[in-house]
Write a protein that binds this ligand. Structure first.
Ligand SMILES: Nc1ncnc2c1ncn2[C@@H]1O[C@H](COP(=O)(O)OP(=O)(O)O)[C@@H](O)[C@H]1O
Ligand SMILES: [Mg+2]
Length: 265
């Protein structure tokens, strides 16, 4: 099971990614939760403590690691030559933090990829890591990213089971749904699914349903706006640990089940 979760900021990507990771872990899978969002808050939805999280340095921001792996010395040589196929196969083992339910967290970090593509050392490290996770191992992962799905890299399509795009009922987040779908097509991620979140009224649900139909993206499910998620955020615990039977957590459990069915087809 190799899935990535994308969408506009604030729609609930981290909540969905973290909860799905925990649920798959409870199913008995060993899960690597990969945080590739610049604000890296996946730890919170996984149930890793703020104290542990405060010591995290994303791999792309770990200068000594980037220097070692790309075989460069100091920032000056960044403009010069560096290794294009850095060693990455040991990074999960060395840097992932153990969490509950068989889930461990690797904070990869991210890089801004412009139109022409960034060829800086940290981008090369990230690209190699992504390629390794997607194509070079059998390990299951759930990746939390921002809207910049380009970081998944080209030519990795066959190794990915699904890209989930989370959207809330509102034009701005639904607009991004189509954009991410287009980007995903560009890099050939075949299976894109939508997930609706923060739904309150039947009109909210209808808006999401109409939009995904128009875009031709299958909808995996809809998650209600739920006080449990907010309360978990306030208390600094994972929503699944606060109340696994709350409406939002049950909805995510159904979505996870659908995901298993869809990807085993
Ligand atoms: N179903 C939900 N019900 C209530 N609040 C939610 C729900 N999903 C997410 N939130 C809240 O919305 C905010 C953004 O969620 P988060 O998962 O961090 O989104 P993202 O990763 O897309 O930025 C958080 O404060 C979170 O607690
Ligand atoms: Mg997030």
């Amino acid at each position: 099971m190799k899935i990535a979760v994308a969408g506009k900021g604030g729609v609930g990507k981290t909540t969905v990614a973290g909860t799905i990771a925990r649920l798959l872990g409870r199913d008995g899978l060993k899960i690597l939760a990969v945080d590739a969002d610049p604000s890296y808050t996946l730890w919170s939805a996984l149930g890793i403590s703020a104290d542990v999280a405060s010591k995290i340095v994303p791999l792309t921001e770990n200068e000594s690691l980037v220097e070692e792996r790309l075989q460069i010395e100091g920032a000056e040589s960044y403009k010069g030559f560096f290794k294009l196929n850095p060693r990455v196969d040991d990074l999960a083992e060395k840097f992932a933090i153990p969490g509950p339910d068989n889930v461990s967290l690797l904070v990869a970090g991210t890089v801004e990829i412009g139109g022409s593509g960034c060829m800086c050392p940290s981008a090369t490290l990230l690209k190699s890591l992504m390629r390794h996770l997607i194509l070079g191992t059998d390990e299951a992962f759930v990746m939390d990213m921002d809207a910049g799905v380009e970081n998944l890299g080209r030519g990795t399509t066959k190794g990915m089971d699904a890209l989930l795009v989370v959207a809330e009922p509102g034009r701005r987040s639904l607009d991004i749904l189509g954009k991410i779908r287009t980007l995903a097509q560009d890099i050939n991620v075949g299976r894109v699914f939508a997930v609706g979140n923060k739904v309150v009224t039947p009109e909210d649900a209808e808006m999401i349903q109409e939009w995904v139909e128009k875009e031709g993206i299958p909808l995996l499910g809809i998650i209600p706006l739920d006080e449990t998620v907010k309360q978990a955020d306030r208390k600094g615990v994972a929503p699944i640990d606060l109340d696994a039977n709350s409406p939002s957590m049950l909805a995510i459990a159904e979505i996870k089940q659908r995901l298993i069915e869809e990807t085993s087809k």
